[in-house]
Design a protein around this ligand. Sequence first.
Ligand code: FEO
Length: 164
Amino acid sequence: MFSEKIQIGLTKQLNRESESSQLYLSMASWVEKKGFEGISEFLYDHSHEERMHMLKLIRYINKRGGSAILDNIFIRKKTYGSLKELFQILFEHEKKISNEINILVELSLQEKDYFTYNFLQWYVEEQMEEETLSKMILDKIELVGEDKVGLYLFDKDIKNFHKQ
Ligand code: FEO
């Protein structure tokens, strides 16, 4: 069993992952209705990945003798001024998640909980890739701007964007 502090920290993180999944899902639906099939596929897929991140935490917490509890979450922002704004929000969101993961890693060291420290290494790696990917996408969309042909090609290309 881990400490109360670790239980609270991991529970907050699982709810952030759940929120990430809902955020990507809400964006996917908005983008789909705008006619960007490739971007919406990417966002739907990513929503699924975030759900996997959440599940991994739930299973770990329960396996270690804690209790994984989901909070009610909802997405406040439902429409976006542009694709650039949407991807800016995603990038900021991923940066926030990276910061939270780092805080959790620090906490696991303070608590001398090396099981959790080890468990979190997967998230460190995954999060670094996600932050890099969301920045790369934002850079590309800034480059394309409002150019219709550029957006069309971006929508096709995004299917081939992968985490590094
Ligand atoms: Fe699972 Fe994008 O954080």
